[in-house]
Design a protein around this ligand. Structure first.
Ligand code: 8Y4
Length: 263
């Protein structure tokens, strides 16, 4: 899954968003490198960020989703928590809703079910504004696993098919360094929730913690974790650097126990 941020803070160009033509070019490159999903996001969820106005999020993502869906042979994922964005993005051609808030908003859950989208439910403790202030768990692995099981049950109850639900422990979302390491060490426990496992560690602080590298120097560490994740059963790896990550996923998947398919 290639990352396509269409948020102004993703680019050092004075707050301008990626124009649809530039976004399409970036998506095309990721598809050429082997991406089978493109995750289009218009809300920055970095620690401390506030959600944009709804109209702003719609204006950022809908033209980009429409252009990719019309042009490229790839599944478009919409990274959002909002019902109106889910509805507009699916109308524009998206087929997966990737929600860092796990579709906890009942309106978002109902919208995803109504439009027939597949969903990726991710764990986050708290909200982006405050999630890194003091993350705390008794047992991070057990609590994240129980949360994901409950979100899968809510998705099923809303009418989303069992074959249309993906789970993700949410690295970096309301987690300390120790929490992230504990989750990665126990990654296989997230492969038994009856849903494929997705993970996102690309360029994140987990890589920084383990390598001592700043964000611009985290490619090798990100790729190493991608290989380990695939070996441990992750079926979707969300990444900025698609070509290198896909090689790593192929290596890891080749050495993992058979968990039901190709990388
Ligand atoms: C450097 C680059 C440092 C990126 C931090 C980041 C996930 C996700 C995000 C994830 C799923 C991010 C939308 C955060 N992370 N969706 N989204 N799983 N499913 N931070 O781990 O990339 S955004």
């Amino acid at each position: 899954m290639g990352v396509l941020n269409v948020t102004p803070d993703s680019f050092s160009d004075g707050g301008r968003c990626l124009a649809p033509a530039e976004a399409l070019a970036a998506a095309r490159r990721m598809v050429e490198e082997g991406a089978r999903l493109i995750d289009v996001g218009g809300e920055s969820t970095r620690p401390g960020a506030e959600p944009p106005p709804l109209a702003e999020e719609l204006a950022r993502v809908v033209p980009v989703v429409r252009a990719i869906a019309a042009t490229l042979d790839v599944v478009v994922s919409i990274d959002t928590s909002r019902a109106a964005v889910i509805e507009a993005a699916v109308e524009a051609g998206a087929h997966l809703v990737n929600d860092v808030r796990g579709l906890r908003d009942p309106a978002a859950l109902a919208a995803a079910a109504r439009v027939g989208a597949a969903v990726c439910v991710m764990h986050m403790q708290g909200e982006p504004q405050t999630m890194q202030n003091a993350p705390a768990y008794e047992d991070v692995v057990a609590e994240v696993r129980a949360y994901l099981a409950a979100r899968v049950a809510s998705c099923r109850a809303a009418g989303i098919g069992a074959d249309a639900i993906v789970v993700d422990p949410g690295f970096g979302f309301g987690k300390t360094a120790a929490h992230n390491v504990a989750l990665f060490a126990a990654l296989e426990e997230f492969t038994t929730l009856g849903a494929p496992l997705a993970i996102g560690v690309s360029r994140k602080s987990l890589v920084g913690q383990l390598t001592g590298r700043p964000v611009a120097q985290r490619l090798a560490g990100s790729v190493a974790l991608a290989a380990l994740a695939a070996e441990r059963g992750a079926r979707i790896v969300r990444a900025h650097d698609v070509g290198a990550t896909l090689d790593a996923v192929r290596i890891g998947a080749a050495f993992g126990r058979d968990r039901g398919g190709e990388a």
